[in-house]
Design a protein around this ligand. Structure first.
Ligand SMILES: Nc1ncnc2c1ncn2[C@@H]1O[C@H](COP(=O)(O)OP(=O)(O)O)[C@@H](O)[C@H]1O
Ligand SMILES: [Mg+2]
Length: 281
């Protein structure tokens, strides 16, 4: 883990980001004035309990908003010097194709096309200028890089024919297709069993290092963050309550909520929740 990473130029700079959702007749402050940055090649964790706004924040950072009516979407999201919150859709699509950022989700089946073989899906995400033979080779390379040794076989499979871990790796390969500078992984291992979790974690670590790719890991699991990240943002009820390097966070958490999350993590009791005053419930 390298702390000097956070002193490199900022790849992503989020300022006062606010996403309020209109749900039934209520306004839900899913993300409420968040400031956050990710430096080039840095690995940042975003932690917090379920419902604290992590996924909404991640999606808003990459302009993938939830399919509900927005009551507010404001603040600045500057990626590589460009404001993307207000960028027109066409310009945003061009940025995506040029390999600026990608996202990996908790539920790979929801993001892979069920009617198309894995190989074809990845080839489609590659630059359209690539000749067919080169695209085929690149697809196999990406699958191997994502940790799938039987890459040939996987290209011919449909998503439902793969195991959970293989599917998550196929989604990682798909996310790598545009050679992103930043990969945002939202609960990348939550739906996997323990052994596979560790292996996928190891793959993410290698990708981050070998590609010098910035990585944002979003999770309710502080243990995962301790393994992987340089710096951590702690979210609670739509706000960032603490930001620290991972060592400081565990040694001397500044916020009682963080201290309780650490306690939960050490007890291995992920289903407990932390109440408003920091008590365990
Ligand atoms: N599409 C949606 N419709 C209704 N409520 C939503 C939607 N997406 C998020 N929320 C609400 O926004 C809040 C933050 O959710 P989310 O960003 O998914 O948190 P996390 O990823 O930390 O679990 C929660 O209260 C959640 O119920
Ligand atoms: Mg989430």
């Amino acid at each position: 883990m390298s702390l000097e990473a956070s002193h490199r130029p900022r790849l992503l700079d989020v300022r006062n980001l606010t996403v309020h959702l209109r749900v039934a007749d209520r306004i839900l402050r899913a993300v409420d004035g968040v400031d956050l940055f990710i430096a080039q090649g840095e690995c940042v964790g975003i932690v917090g309990e379920s419902g604290s706004g992590k996924t909404t924040l991640a999606r808003a950072m990459l302009r993938l908003l939830p399919p509900v009516e927005l009551a507010a979407f404001s603040g600045e999201v500057i990626f590589n010097g460009k404001e993307i919150r207000t960028l027109p859709d066409a310009a945003l699509q061009a940025m995506r194709r040029q390999g600026t950022f990608s996202m990996v989700f908790q539920d790979p089946l929801g993001y892979l096309n069920p009617t198309q073989r894995v190989g074809a899906q990845i080839a489609e995400a590659l630059p359209s200028t690539l000749p067919a033979a080169a695209a085929r080779k690149r697809t196999l390379d990406l699958l191997r890089e994502a940790g799938l040794r039987e890459a040939e076989l996987v290209t011919r499979r449909y998503p439902h024919e793969l195991s959970g871990g293989m599917r998550q790796r196929a989604l990682i390969a798909l996310a790598l297709a545009p050679s992103p500078l930043l990969l945002v992984a939202d609960e990348p291992t939550t739906s996997l069993d323990a052994t596979v979790q560790l292996q996928v974690l190891e793959t993410l670590r290698h990708l981050h290092r070998d590609r010098n790719m910035a990585l944002a890991v979003i999770t309710h699991d502080l243990g995962l963050v301790a393994e992987l990240c340089d710096r951590v943002y702690v979210m609670r009820a739509g706000k960032v309550v603490e930001c620290a390097d991972v060592f400081t966070l565990f040694e001397a958490p500044a916020h009682p909520y963080t201290a309780r999350l650490i306690e939960l993590c050490r007890r291995g009791a992920p289903r407990m929740t932390v109440t408003a005053d920091g008590a365990l419930a």
